[in-house]
Design a protein around this ligand. Structure first.
Ligand code: GLC
Ligand code: CA
Length: 592
């Protein structure tokens, strides 16, 4: 349960917010066809996520940086994407790689300067690419000035920026922390003789959102970034920001399900609506919430009538196939594919009624999609990468595509715990160890699911360290860079990279892929994910074989007599007949 909680947390609510004020150039351009009444540029955008630490290092210190990104602006543009999601670049001691912010209005030293940031932002804007920032608002870093002052004395003006439990009241009521070896969210602080709350690492104290002064500081800071010209925010772990500050004992039914009991606190949506008034309504922007929980909870963030956020991502599908009550431990029996498709169907149907969702198979909290949802063996890596790309870019919901997936990067699969960097993994390793658990089994599981698999440096070419850095990279480069890299794929018209580019263009050309109704076809098919997208009489059929076997699809009720192949991941696609037989991992989009 707790594993599900965190996973849920990670993918949370990703919302893009827009206000109805002056339309910007990109919106005019992208929604000019006025295909549907509620057309929005952020619904039509393809998002490309850049993990700055791992994208490109400009100065040989082994850490990716803003100048590195600047040197790759034309590459990003060449992908055809519309918006970049940048993981946190603010000052941070990096206990959780930038998700512990010590200064919200400064750039992390390793990443560069504010001047670099401005040049980068302008570089993207000059190329008609929008940029949205990751905003970590549930907690900051223990090195933030607010916390340094708060922890020095109860008299500090910043004491109430955090949650405290005075020691004279005895031990605080149990709360769980995901990045704490003891799993204890309260940390004793001697100078104040009180405990502070941290749902994440003890270096990430939770901010006290009940304090209106704190909230105003946050809104001011967010407006600072908007004034700079950023185009939106991803609100990290936002579902946790409101707490029942009485901290009542957890009920029996809790059963380790911390996302359920700690998320969606009593004032969460009051705060989101206040943030909308104070920040989002000032300018046309995109907002994405990391939202956890079921449809009802996630929908609250994005129901337009509520005036909160405009996009959310959910976790139910990405968290699928792990053993219960264990940390991201893949079920050795695999996952129930039919049930997985039905999760997508449920959420896609929900967002068709209200709000807007996102579509992703990977991000910085996930392993590589090729290993997790495709097949990274030499035989199938190419075809299954392209199949997954077809999936992401043909679903309803704004596609969020993770750097490196466009060249088919896969899990590095570290053998030794020493090779890992991620606080999540290291904490969980220590816990398994403390309990005398099976460490070998744990590390085997992590080869599939751990976050560092998705954080290895971008593979640019065959030179030293894949062209990422001339120094020792902060995290090992996947040795397969000698074959899997951008340079190799640039000039090959059939490469994974060029397939991604074509798929992005197809989405732009076919409004049915963005706004069209979505309907599952042959839902119980054990190998194939098939669905139609239909808009204004134009019907597309998407066929995706997720398995390494030949498969057929039951086309009952669909007229294939005029079917035309718009996209295929094979040089010679299977022929279209009454019943289509697909090869392993074959993907096809047909116009009916
Ligand atoms: C979010 C981030 C994740 C981070 C956590 C704590 O889930 O995506 O990377 O570790 O919040 O900030
Ligand atoms: Ca660097």
């Amino acid at each position: 349960m707790r594993q599900t909680f965190f996973l849920t947390l990670l993918a949370g609510a990703f919302t893009v917010l827009s206000c109805e004020s002056t339309p910007r150039k990109a919106e005019e351009k992208q929604t000019q066809t006025a295909i549907v009444p509620d057309a929005k540029w952020w619904k039509e955008a393809v998002v490309y996520q850049i993990y700055p630490r791992s994208f490109k290092d400009s100065n040989g210190d082994g850490v990716g940086d803003l100048k590195g990104i600047i040197s790759k602006l034309d590459y990003v543009k060449s992908l055809g994407i519309d918006m970049v999601w940048l993981n946190p670049v603010y000052s941070s001691p990096n206990k959780d790689n930038g998700y512990d912010i010590s200064d919200y209005q400064n750039i992390m030293k390793e990443f560069g300067t504010m001047e670099d940031f401005d040049i980068m932002l302008k570089g993207f804007h000059d190329r008609n690419i929008k940029v949205f920032m990751d905003m970590v608002l549930n907690h900051c870093s223990e090195e933030h000035e607010w916390f340094k002052s708060a922890r020095s004395s109860r008299e500090s003006p910043f004491y109430n920026y955090f949650h405290w439990w005075p020691a004279e009241k005895g031990k605080p009521p149990y709360r769980f922390s995901i990045f704490d070896e003891k799993g204890d969210a309260w940390e004793y602080n001697k100078a104040t003789n009180s405990y502070y709350l941290h749902y994440f690492a003890d270096a990430q104290p939770d901010l006290n959102w009940e304090n209106p002064q704190l909230r105003q500081e946050i809104y001011k800071m967010m407006r600072y970034w908007l004034d700079k010209g950023v185009d939106g925010f991803r609100l990290d772990a936002i579902a946790f920001c409101s707490k029942d500050t009485i901290f009542p004992p957890l009920p029996k039914e809790y059963d380790g399900n911390w996302p359920l009991y700690y998320a969606s606190g009593p004032h969460l949506h009051d705060y989101m609506q206040e943030m909308h008034r104070e920040v989002f309504s000032k300018k046309e922007i995109a907002t994405v919430a990391e939202a956890m929980g079921d449809v009802e909870r996630v929908m609250k963030f994005v129901d337009p009538e509520r005036k909160e956020l405009n996009m959310a991502y959910y976790f139910e599908a990405i968290d699928f196939g792990y053993l219960p009550k264990e940390y991201k431990m893949p079920d050795p029996k695999g996952y129930d594919f039919v049930a997985w498709k039905k999760i997508y169907a449920k959420w896609t149907d929900a967002f068709a009624q209200k709000g807007w969702g996102t579509m992703y198979l990977a991000n910085h909290d996930q392993p590589r999609m090729l290993t997790r949802w495709g097949n990274d063996s030499p035989e199938f890596r190419d075809v299954s990468s392209k199949m997954l790309t077809t999936f992401i870019l043909s679903m309803r919901g704004t596609p969020c595509y993770y750097y490196g997936d466009e060249i088919g990067m896969d899990n590095i699969k570290f053998d030794k715990v020493e090779e890992y960097n991620d606080i999540e993994l290291l904490t969980n390793y220590a816990q398994v160890k403390a309990k005398g658990g099976d460490l070998k089994r744990f590390l085997e599981g992590m080869k599939i699911s751990s976050r560092d698999n998705g954080r290895t440096p971008m593979q640019w070419d065959t030179t030293l360290n894949a062209g990422f850095s001339t120094g020792k990279p902060w995290l090992k480069v996947n040795p397969n860079y000698v074959t899997v890299n951008v340079a190799n794929q640039e000039n090959d018209p059939n490469s994974i990279l060029n397939y991604f580019r074509k798929m992005v263009q197809l989405r732009k050309k076919e409004p049915a892929l963005i706004y069209g109704d979505w309907k599952l076809v042959d839902s119980d098919n054990p190998s194939v994910f098939a669905y139609t997208r239909e808009l204004n009489g134009k019907k597309l059929l998407v066929l995706l074989n997720f398995k390494a076997v030949n498969a057929t699809v039951n086309m009952a009720g669909l007229d294939l007599s005029q079917a035309k192949v718009l996209m295929s991941n094979l040089i010679t696609p299977s022929s279209v007949s009454v019943s289509i037989a697909l090869k392993p991992y074959e993907a096809m989009i047909l116009a009916l």
